[in-house]
Design a protein. Structure first.
Length: 354
């Protein structure tokens, strides 16, 4: 047994309490039907508009007033589904249509279908001619697509249930890769500056094959302290976003691993070449979760790092220069992927501006 709201879900019946929770009112029009199907009625005509005593000289008010037929309230025309306009059986998917029509109006401040009279409105609804969104709308694309599906003329093309519809229109802004763009750019710029500065400081000794364990410890410590400091300063902006927080945590994990490798090197009799190889392995391992959870393009970094690792094994005299160039390439590529991910997400979730 399913409760079907034949009179539509409409803005006037949605009340928001002092606690901010919305509540649907006016259930006096609800009816129950076996198998989730309510009764059917004859197709609606212009005479049905007069059954409740309204004047056709006020079409705007008319389309917002309850429509009756044979003493039964059928619904409000602006929010009625195609099957209600046709007078055929309705079910929960008809309520879904009404909900999406009301949501469209709430988001875009205009009705989804054109029509000054019942006839015009009915033709628009039956043809599925949904108005395009207003120019410059910032409504996320997935939400708009979900509303359009809920406004499908064929009930079978709508969502199976309201639960699925609500899941489709949910949007978690705390996981938005396009959020806090200024903080992301500042963090990226700082990472670029530190990476380039470290290469400039130690490239000369590396090219002369004068690397030392102390140099490895100093460079990794500078990078770790710098990243930790900028992360702390942006804890209230960048790190409030779960997507960006995950990316930053992976960077800090890599930096801390390289510091740890340099610290334990003297105690385990590791030479500079072995430190470099372990750092390259850590870098390759980082690319796996980075590509899986955040940037698919990061997978391309794995073969690059592995090539650098193999080259360092075959030519130990070049390992210092190799690891610096690979680290710099990874840092700059990572920044580019981060920026492109944010921009593509923003473009994908927003409707095009006309």
């Amino acid at each position: 047994m399913l409760l079907s709201l034949c009179a539509n879900i409409e803005p006037e019946n949605v009340l928001v309490g002092s606690d901010g929770r919305p509540r649907v009112a006016d259930f006096g029009l609800a009816r129950s039907g076996e198998g989730g199907v309510s009764g059917s009625h004859a197709p609606l005509g212009q005479e049905d508009l007069l059954a409740h005593g309204s004047s056709p000289s006020s079409p705007g008010q008319l389309l917002r007033s309850p429509l009756t037929q044979d003493g039964t309230i059928m619904g409000t025309p602006l929010y009625m589904s195609p099957e209600q306009h046709q007078g055929i059986r309705t079910d929960g998917r008809s309520d879904q249509f009404s909900f999406c029509a009301a949501l469209y109006e709430a988001l875009y401040k205009t009705q989804p279908f054109v029509g000054e009279t019942l006839g015009e409105l009915r033709l628009s609804v039956m043809a599925g001619r949904v108005k395009p969104p207003p120019s410059g709308s910032a409504i996320p694309r997935p939400i708009h697509s979900a509303i359009l599906r809920g406004l499908s003329t064929d009930p079978a093309q709508r969502f199976e249930s309201m639960k699925e519809l609500l899941a489709a229109i949910s949007f978690n802004s705390s996981a938005d890769p396009a959020a806090v763009p200024l903080s992301r750019r500042v963090f990226s710029l700082f990472l670029s500056i530190v990476s380039i500065a470290l290469v400039s400081m130690f490239l000369g000794p590396a090219m002369r094959n004068q690397n030392t364990v102390e140099m490895a410890l100093i460079s990794s410590s500078i990078l770790f302290v710098g990243m930790l400091t900028i992360s702390f300063l942006m804890r209230k902006t960048l790190l409030k976003n779960s997507f960006h927080r995950g990316v930053v945590v992976l960077i800090l994990m890599l930096c801390s691993q390289e510091v740890l490798i340099s610290i334990i090197a003297p105690f385990s009799n590791m030479n500079v070449h072995q430190i470099i190889l372990n750092e390259m392995i850590s870098l390759a391992v980082l690319a796996v979760p980075l590509g899986y959870f955040f940037f698919p393009a990061a997978w391309f970094g794995v073969p690059v790092v592995l090539f650098g690792l193999v080259w360092s094994v075959l030519r130990p005299q070049d390992s210092g220069v190799t690891t610096m160039l690979v680290h710099l390439w990874c840092a700059l590529s990572f920044i580019l992927m981060w920026n492109r991910s944010a921009e593509s997400w923003k473009n994908d979730r927003r409707l095009p501006v006309k």
